[in-house]
Write a protein that binds this ligand. Sequence first.
Ligand code: NAD
Ligand code: UD1
Length: 336
Amino acid sequence: MRILLTGGTGYIGSHTAVELLKLGYDVELMDNLFNSKITVLDDIEKITGVRPAFHKIDLLDKVGMDELFKNGRYDLVIHFAGLKAVGESVKKPLKYYENNVGGTINLLESMKKYGVKKIIFSSSATVYGEQGVAGLTEEMQTGVGITNPYGETKHIIEEILKDVAEAEPEFEATILRYFNPVGAHESGLLGEDPNDIPNNLMPIIMKVAIGEISELSVYGNDYDTVDGTGMRDYIHVVDLAMGHVAAIDHMKPGVSVYNLGTGRATSVLEMVAAFEKESGKKLPYKIAERRPGDLAIIYANPAKALNELGWETKLTIEDAMRDTINYLDKKFKTRA
Ligand code: NAD
Ligand code: UD1
């Protein structure tokens, strides 16, 4: 099976590429390298022994996209490419709608033109908005109470995929709603560049660890949770990558939706403690105001992915912290 990974050199795309290559899939990557580096290809090759073909193309380049599909003969697209900085999306909404929604429409048009009928899409738990329940299931309402344009783009793209499936009976779309991806490849070669998204907890913990930020601000300690701090469902990026592998084997006509999460929630202070335990160093933090738009506790009900895809997470928060620290040691030696 020939698979195109859009955003393939990014954090989640690169880890998924590794798992697919290890299983012998014929994988090609495309990316505009806006938020990733070409050297990721060297790292993928070091890990797998295979250097996948790479195409530097922007989703918004219609001619380039058509050219890619004309020559590619792909059976499936895994669509990771997109902008993901929540704070920036509030300041530059048009950029986010153009890139994420406009880019996906271009992709779907090229797929249609060249007869590619299967797509797996990187969505987010953010589409659930504000629900009164913490263990989220796929059939719950989406699109209400989303607090930022980034989240809106994910919801809109999900709706577009449903409409396309309605219009084209042979179209197969799998929507994967990721919870909070963390961790790195055990080799220490691939991981999340902490410079990319300064708003999320783990990249900020990484920046504190390498001394670029003096301390972590914990956004609120008066929530109704184990220790008052916000709780989330942190999923190791390699488990997440394996979720895509499982999804490939179970594609079917129409739209299928799966949560990819662990089903467990961990608090901010538990994350700090786990990082400190693995690194053997104190992580400076202070308690700050609640962040607007935050909920106390969010986690997946991952039963559908287990029942239908036979997939469940295997790695722990400790694994994620160990792999993140290993990645930081290898990548940022000079700054550590
Ligand atoms: P990432 O930024 O590391 O990877 C995305 C890649 O897409 C980058 O390499 C970027 O250069 C590329 N890209 C962006 N716009 C493009 C365009 N117009 N044309 C071509 N390439 C383009 O992000 P990631 O963490 O690997 O996320 C992958 C996907 O998963 C994204 O769609 C993201 O929204 C989604 N997601 C991520 C998280 C998370 O916390 N990391 C959570 C939920 C969903
Ligand atoms: C955030 C976004 C969400 C997006 C997701 C993935 C908001 C309100 N939500 O979700 O739309 O889909 O990222 O990109 O921005 N925390 C701190 N200090 C920090 C950073 C975070 O205490 O400096 C806490 C948060 O309050 C939260 C937890 O850590 O309790 C996780 O935060 P984060 O990594 O931003 O993820 P989400 O809040 O799940």
